[in-house]
Design a protein around this ligand. Structure first.
Ligand code: ZN
Length: 345
């Protein structure tokens, strides 16, 4: 475990850079050396930095390097502490999907009988799958088939990233539809679909972290002009992505999304995206309204402020701590993080 962490390519690259920088620094302090003799020395160390690194304590600056590496590892450990990786051997959200892990088809859950009627999805650690603007929205497409996702502009070969940590459930080709496509299942219960890809960077059952490359954009399948077709699904059923993501700002509207029956409602709105400025601003507003619909009714959220405690929040909203914990799937010892939302009813 320690070993694999140590040879993480990201760390190794940073380490090599540090090594070069430190070597240059130590040579600056030794004026007797001429540039002609120190140059090959640097490139030699650069070339062999990976093997030199293994010989800990061999060089004075090697020791410094080791210290810096441990800081990098600490940072990485802190990140993992905040967003711990799920066990790669397990099926993400296995209980929600009744243990099903079909490796073909987007909507593959015909046999799934017990879909929860409401389910709170944790949206922390979201990454926008590609940087492009929206070219086609979720919605009606005249006589053509309903558009169950959003299209984001991308050039052929642009990198497509995983929206959350997850596992590759499907990596397949569909000539009349998605083209080359990937379906990821996430531990938060959602599945995301990435269509019309020109290349795959992952294979079936690969575990990916949020924001890591999974494929390259393309124009395969039923596609006119290169773009990414992106969908959110829960138990196979499509959810309007605008309910979850603010595509203008490329972030989630909230830290959590409550899946209910209304999540699957097909909008009667056309999938056309309007480009003139005035229309674009109305379009954003109507989306935000729609996206926040789920906070109305009986479901209430509390934004955590500095100094908040579970018992104080429970008292404020007239619920028990136990109730709060079960609503949010946390324990009474969970540390509350400022700015996060807690469901309180
Ligand atoms: Zn599309």
């Amino acid at each position: 475990m320690q070993r694999t962490k140590f040879f993480d390519p990201k760390i190794c690259m940073t380490a090599s850079l540090l090594f070069v920088a430190l070597t240059a620094f130590s040579q600056a302090g030794a004026p007797k050396k001429t540039t002609t003799t120190s140059r090959p020395d640097v490139s030699y160390k650069q070339e062999h930095s990976s093997s030199l690194k293994k010989q800990s304590g061999l060089f004075a600056d090697g020791l410094k390097l080791k210290m810096d590496l441990s800081i990098l590892e600490e940072t990485k450990a802190r990140e993992e502490d905040e967003f711990p990786m799920f066990d790669p051997e397990t099926i993400p959200a296995e209980d929600v999907y009744g243990g099903l892990w079909p490796t073909s088809h987007v909507a593959a859950y015909g046999t799934l009988t017990e879909v929860p009627d409401s389910f709170l999805v944790n949206l922390a650690n979201f990454s926008i799958p590609c940087k492009g603007y929206m070219t086609s929205n979720f919605g009606r497409r005249g006589s053509r088939r309903y558009h169950y996702g959003v299209d984001l502009k991308a050039q052929i070969g642009d990198t497509i990233y995983a929206a959350f940590d997850g596992k590759v459930r499907v990596k397949d080709f569909e000539r009349r539809g998605y083209g080359n496509y990937i379906v990821l299942r996430h531990p938060n219960g959602l599945e995301t679909v990435y269509g019309h890809l020109s290349a795959f960077l992952v294979k079936e059952n690969d575990v990916v972290r949020s924001g890591k490359p999974i494929g390259l954009a393309g124009n395969t399948g039923r596609s006119f002009g290169s773009h990414l077709h992106f969908e959110f699904r829960f138990c196979g059923k499509p959810i309007n992505p605008n309910f979850i993501v603010d595509f203008d700002n490329k972030v989630c509207h909230r830290d959590e999304y409550l899946v209910t029956d209304s999540s699957y409602k097909k909008t009667t709105a056309s999938s056309k995206v309007l480009y003139n400025k005035a229309a674009a601003s109305t379009y954003v507003e109507s989306n935000k309204e729609a996206a926040n619909k789920y906070v109305s009714g009986t479901v209430k959220y509390h934004r955590i402020k500095k100094g908040d405690t579970l018992s104080a929040i429970a008292m404020k909203y007239g619920v028990s701590v136990k109730n709060l914990c079960s609503l949010n799937r946390i324990s009474s010892r969970t540390i509350l993080r400022e700015g996060k939302s807690l469901r309180v009813s």
